[in-house]
Design a protein around this ligand. Structure first.
Ligand code: ATP
Length: 314
């Protein structure tokens, strides 16, 4: 029998997500909200480098593309990468194997693009390969669900419906390629705060049921040609009023993008990133150039989807 050489290092990248539709229903007894969402993975990636650590320690460092530290991301045990590695280790019974993780962060922090979830998904895949734990996708999804609502989708990628609190994902036909401009802010918006504000705004109104529009799902499951029209007629992100209450300038940014010719302008997840749908890549580039000049926009990214979920790249 041939011995399998131990791996010393593994690199995995995982994509940001956008919500093509986000319906938020009632608050559940566990405090989470009932969601019905259509996720799409886009080509903006965080990369997790995992290196074997013989001491048994699980550590993480985080830097941006320039090598600078990233504000707002913890480097202690609360970092989602550390939690993911420790969860995988406990699940597989490996107690003495450690890992030094390094995150190359490109996904804006607390931007509504689920960067932390991408990092957790990438870590699960990286440690599974590094430690040769050989878990199948179902087992990895089970761990991902315990780490956060968006983590399972970051593993699967493509285009998926998400139900429950978003963690129950079902793959859908990819649909046509879509190009978006994401206008980002360097000041993040806390997702829990956004949901709390939504509850406050909704007050005592009757509990809602979160459902995806049939027209949207039909368009996706057909030949995909009608998807953009279906998006335009059914567009919805229920977190919008809450995010706009917390960050009043967002409404103006959405209007400015629509006036600049975006086919659709909507909040990304819980914001503060705003997404503008371009007719094609060159239209999106022109939109991006216009938005970059605004005082309330700190960065723009051209995002194309769908792309696959977390993947080993080294
Ligand atoms: P959510 O996925 O909850 O909608 P988001 O996409 O708006 O959130 P994230 O970038 O995922 O924002 O970060 C949410 C918070 O999670 C951050 O403010 C940070 O404190 C914490 N966090 C923990 N680990 C990480 C990580 N590896 N990367 C980014 N944030 C992390």
């Amino acid at each position: 029998m041939r011995a399998v050489a131990a791996l010393r290092a593994v690199k995995v990248r995982a994509p940001a997500k956008i919500n093509l539709h986000l319906a938020v229903g009632a608050t559940r007894p566990d405090g989470f909200h009932q969601l019905a969402t259509l996720y799409q993975a886009v080509d903006l990636y965080d990369t997790v480098h995992a290196r074997r650590d013989g001491s048994g320690a699980v550590t993480v460092t985080v830097a941006d593309a320039a090598g600078d530290p990233v504000l707002g991301v913890p480097s202690d045990g609360s970092n989602l990468c550390v939690r993911a590695a420790l969860l995988l280790r406990a699940h597989t019974g490996l107690t003495t194997t450690g890992v030094a993780l390094h995150v190359l962060k490109r996904i804006p922090v607390a931007g509504g693009l689920a960067g932390g979830s991408a990092d957790a998904a990438a870590t699960l895949l990286a440690c599974d390969a590094l430690w040769r734990t050989g878990l199948d996708l179902e087992a990895l999804l089970g761990l991902a669900r315990r780490l956060g609502s968006d983590v399972p989708f970051a593993l699967v990628g493509g285009t998926c419906t998400g139900t429950g609190r978003g963690e129950l994902v079902t793959a859908q036909p990819a649909g046509p390629r879509l190009t978006w401009v994401a206008a980002t802010s360097s000041r993040g918006l806390s997702t829990p705060r956004c949901y709390a504000e939504l509850d406050r705004l909704r007050g005592r109104e009757r509990a809602r049921v979160a459902e995806l529009p049939t027209a949207l799902l039909d368009a996706l499951r057909g030949d995909g040609a009608g998807l953009v029209d279906a998006l335009l007629t059914t567009a919805r992100n229920d977190l919008t009023p809450a995010a706009m209450a917390l960050r009043p300038g967002l409404g103006e940014l959405v209007r400015a993008g629509a006036q600049a010719g975006a086919r659709l302008a909507m909040l990304a997840g819980s914001g503060p990133t705003v997404l503008f749908l371009g007719a094609d890549r060159s239209h999106a580039s022109r939109l991006a150039a216009q938005l970059l000049g605004r005082i309330d926009v700190d960065g723009v990214h051209l995002l194309t989807g769908p792309v696959p979920g977390a993947q080993r790249v080294g």
